[in-house]
Design a protein around this ligand. Structure first.
Ligand code: SF4
Length: 201
């Protein structure tokens, strides 16, 4: 019998875990490729376009958080923010919660370009629209649980989703902070109110 690897079932078929991993990898590559095309069309690097997309959510971010969220080094993200500033697309403002801290926000022109990026990538968001809502809800739960596991394993250094949040009550399930039930479709991926759960929670 042919020896199996961790990626294969006993009978030699590729495991569901491996297929999930490959499917997510494929999606990530497609999104990156679309964002890269947008970036080239607008004289940006891929990282600058990712920063526009992230900051376009409306929540100001510290440089360190941006670096962790986009999985790049501090100097790299700092350089990219500097380039966005030089292009008039972003600016640094004082952090109201930290006297010595600085937050990055988009300028008006940056907001306009971020909205254009969302519009350009919009058709990708509805690619699964014909899949029954129940199945999409299950998929969201599976992906968020996988992200939470990767976060606990140290492969993801910053996460803002419900399953790694101190305010998530699995008994409800509900959000203890916002005092609302969390149905599968309510789970958040990038929640501005997210507070990391303590280790062991
Ligand atoms: S604060 Fe946000 S991330 Fe945390 S449980 Fe509530 S909705 Fe989810």
């Amino acid at each position: 019998m042919r020896p199996t690897t961790g990626e294969e079932c006993q009978d030699g078929r590729v495991s569901i875990d491996r297929k999930l991993f490959e499917a997510v990898e494929r999606l990530g590559a497609a999104i990156d490729a679309a964002l890269r095309r947008f970036a080239v069309d607008h004289g940006l690097s891929l990282l600058q376009a990712q920063l526009l997309e992230t900051l376009g959510e409306g929540t100001p971010r510290r440089i360190g958080d941006l670096a962790a969220e986009l999985a790049v080094s501090l100097p790299t993200v700092s350089d990219a923010v500097g380039s966005l500033q030089a292009k008039g697309l972003a600016r640094r403002v004082p952090d109201p919660d930290d006297r010595r801290g600085v937050l990055v926000v988009l300028s008006e022109e940056g907001e306009r370009l971020a909205a254009l990026a969302r519009k350009t990538l919009g058709p990708m968001l509805t690619a699964a629209a014909e899949v029954p809502e129940k199945d999409r809800e299950i998929a969201l739960g599976v992906l968020l649980r996988t992200i939470a596991a990767l976060y606990r394993m140290g492969f993801i250094t910053l996460d803002r989703s419900c399953f790694t949040c101190r305010h998530y009550d699995p008994g409800g399930p509900r959000c203890l902070l916002l005092q609302m039930p969390l149905r599968p479709a309510d789970l958040r991926v990038r929640c501005p109110e997210h507070t990391p759960a303590a280790a062991g929670d």
